[in-house]
Design a protein around this ligand. Structure first.
Ligand code: ADP
Length: 716
């Protein structure tokens, strides 16, 4: 009697057996064999020549699809199915074996060729796949047709005179079976649920398309409506095929081919529709020719369309990614520019007390008559000037990059700008014993430009020319007026260290500097001067380029600015005013004439050093000065002392300088002269200052010289 343990053991063994790979494999083979067997019976039922050779042979297509999709190791299923089907017909084991052998080999070779040489993709979305598949579908049946016919001949079923037509019929049947069935099965079974991700609109289009296709198939093949006047309605079938190829891709076209082959074959069997000739053979051959025609045309066509669509999708995707990357770069670039602007601005604040202190030192030393210390202060001043200039360049370039920079064009006279530029660099040239020769035309040259910025352009190039020229060298600035092209050409030529040919274009990019022969960098700059210069020139609608015969051969910079012949002359020449407002001179010397005990000045700045320094300077210059470090304090002092001038920092801790200005204007009326002091000298700041009641707007750091005209105005 089996014990409980035995029963459990037994059932576990059974379970193991059913889940074992060999059982699953055997099951798969059986399923394939059954499918093959029934498809063969279906194929044979259409029309059989000598019982074996049929004009439509779908099993070949099924066999190829099954081995492609589920593995070539399932070949015994094909062999078994073919053997069973043919044995049932012939009753002969050798015949069934011969035919089974041919059919099985055919499928195995087909899979091998498609995978190995065509790298076949089930999606059929490449021309390579559909053309490769067509090649396999046309050539493979040679194997089974030859094997099958030889077997039948050997068995005496076929006589030798029947061999030719029988071989052709076999071949056509297999070709058609493969062309119509395999693509459909492969495409649909590889992605059976692809339609689930489709939109309702796309699904509706599919329903409409296949309704039209089926309706036309029925009309053409199953009804007598095969002609419209002299035209055959069969041509209409091309419409849904074209539609399917363009809109639904390989899944749609393979389904269309499959549906059409089923309906047309059935019609050929019944003798209905377009191909309703009395001869069965003629009917079937006509149907097959039609099926072959649409498959051979539309399969590759669909692949081409799908390939194009895929390329377009990839392209769109890449463009999107590129766009995103560009956006990222630009936002990072913006952040960098923002950072540079803040940095430059913040560094200008501590520069203010340093400027004032140096001015004070200058005065004190002048009083002490100590030329040795004066020289030391002179060096400090010169470095201060460089730092301030670099900060200004940095601020300008970041503003240009953030598109927050505007130039203010007006009709200006070039010679006087050149004169100012020359004055600015004079001391630097003298300190390096470099000679500067300026050659300008005699007649006045009027250009439409921002005078301050043009001077900045010239200063940058002139400074560079001196920086990169050995002591005792020469720099020449010459100007010509090209009336024909309506432009002025400014050439600045030096006999300095020169520029290597590969650097000529690069030096206009930000932060690019040339190495000298010893490999180290020559300049004390940041490498932004020329980048800024170029942008300033371009903002004027001009151009700049550099020339050099090579290292050690000197350099030549050519700036071209538009100079329209019909320029409107403005008699007023506001350069001096503008220079002070836009780009404060970084360091100036104490004015020689200062009013004794001038009007009361109130200095308001939360930077104690800056406020105190300016107070000391003003005190020393003979002005009664008071300081306040907060807005509230400023208002109170103003109320009590009623100053004639109030110099207000805008960024105060408790209230903004604008609010303080409004309060003072309200309480003291028009008599008080209000001067705004900010880090940024943009138009927006100036407008806001004007609105708040300020009379003047100045950019930090300021010197007593900058205040001179205001002090004079207040004293009058
Ligand atoms: P910086 O002078 O701060 O390095 P610039 O943008 O003004 O930056 O100049 C970029 C580079 O171009 C310099 O570092 C230098 O190598 C080269 N350069 C500019 N002007 C001259 C010149 N006149 N002669 C030789 N090299 C020059």
């Amino acid at each position: 009697m089996p014990s409980l343990l035995n029963i459990r053991f037994h059932s576990e063994r059974m379970e193991d057996f059913f889940t074992s790979t060999s059982f699953v494999y055997a099951l798969k083979i059986l399923v394939v064999a059954i499918i093959y067997f029934f498809t063969s019976k279906m194929g044979l039922s259409f029309y059989a020549l000598s019982g074996f050779v049929t004009l439509i042979w779908p099993p070949t297509g099924v066999a190829l699809a099954v081995l492609l999709l589920y593995g070539v190791e399932l070949w015994p299923g094909i062999a078994l199915g073919t053997f069973a089907a043919n044995f049932l017909i012939s009753g002969s084991i050798p015949i069934a074996m011969g035919i089974a052998f041919g059919n099985t080999i055919e499928s195995i070779v087909g899979v091998y060729v498609l995978r190995r040489f065509i790298n076949f993709d089930y999606s059929l979305e490449h021309l390579r796949d559909s053309l490769g598949f067509i090649f396999v579908a046309l050539s493979l049946p040679i194997i089974s047709a030859t094997m099958g016919i030889l077997t039948l001949l050997a068995a005496g079923v076929l006589t030798s005179d029947m061999v030719g037509p029988a071989w052709i019929t076999w071949w056509i049947g297999d070709v058609l079976g493969t062309l119509t069935v395999t693509p459909f099965l492969v495409c649909w079974l590889a992605r059976p649920f692809f339609w689930k991700s489709m939109s309702v609109r796309a699904l509706s289009e599919w329903v409409l398309l296949f309704s039209v296709l089926i309706a036309l198939n029925v009309m053409v093949f199953l009804t007598p409506y095969t002609q419209i006047g002299p035209f055959s309605t069969i041509y209409l079938i091309v419409i849904p095929f074209m539609w399917a190829a363009i809109r639904t891709g390989p899944p749609g076209i393979t389904l269309s081919v499959f549906i059409t082959s089923v309906i047309s074959s059935w019609a050929a069997f019944l003798g209905h529709g377009t191909f309703s000739q009395p001869e069965v053979l003629t009917r079937v051959l006509s149907t097959e020719a039609f099926l072959a025609f649409i498959t051979l045309i539309f399969l590759p066509f669909t692949s081409v369309v799908a390939e194009e669509k895929n390329v377009a999708t990839i392209l769109r995707h890449n463009i999107k990614r590129l766009h995103e990357a560009l956006q990222k770069i630009s936002s990072e670039d913006n952040a960098k520019n923002e950072f540079l602007a803040i940095l430059a601005h913040e560094l200008r604040n501590p520069l203010a007390p340093v400027t004032t202190s140096l001015e004070l030192l200058n005065i004190k030393i002048g009083e002490l008559n100590r030329p040795d210390i004066l020289k030391i202060v002179g060096t400090a001043e010169s470095h201060m000037r460089t730092i301030a200039r670099l900060l200004d360049d940095l601020l300008d370039i970041s503003r240009i990059s953030r598109k927050k920079f505007k130039i203010q064009k007006e009709t200006v006279e070039l010679q006087s700008i050149i004169h100012h530029a020359r004055e600015t660099v004079e001391a630097f040239y003298a300190s390096r014993t470099i000679e500067l020769v300026v050659s300008v035309p005699k007649e006045l040259l009027w250009i439409s430009a921002d005078a301050v910025r043009v001077e900045q352009i010239l200063n940058n190039i002139l400074y560079n020319a001196a920086k990169y020229t050995q002591a005792g060298g020469h720099v020449k600035l010459s100007v010509t007026h090209d009336k024909e092209h309506q432009e002025v050409v400014i050439v600045i030529k030096d006999d300095g260290i020169g520029i290597a040919p590969d650097m000529l274009k690069k030096i206009f990019e930000p932060f690019v500097q040339q190495n000298n022969s010893s490999g180290s960098r020559v300049s004390a700059g940041l490498g932004i001067g020329l980048a800024l210069t170029k942008r300033l020139v371009e903002l004027h609608g001009g151009s700049i380029h550099a020339q050099s015969a090579g290292l050690g051969q000197g350099s030549e910079f050519t700036v071209t600015l538009p100079a329209p012949n019909d320029i409107q002359l403005q008699m007023e020449f506001p350069l001096k005013e503008r220079r002070r407002a836009n780009r404060t001179p970084y360091f100036t010397f104490i004015p020689s004439t200062i009013k004794e005990q001038g009007p009361l000045v109130l200095v308001v700045d939360d930077n104690k050093d800056a406020a105190d320094g300016l107070k000391m300077l003003l005190d020393h210059s003979g002005y009664k000065t008071s300081v306040a470090y907060t807005g509230k304090e400023a208002c109170e002092t103003a109320r009590a002392l009623k100053p004639k001038i109030a110099i207000l920092d805008i960024g105060l801790p408790d209230m903004s300088g604008y609010e303080v200005a409004r309060t003072m204007r309200e309480e003291l009326g028009d008599v008080v002269i209000l001067v705004a002091l900010t880090g940024y000298g943009q138009n927006k700041d100036k407008m806001e200052a004007k609105k708040a009641g300020f009379n003047h707007h100045m950019t930090k750091p300021i010197s007593i010289n900058d205040l001179k005209s205001i002090l004079v105005e207040a004293g009058e």
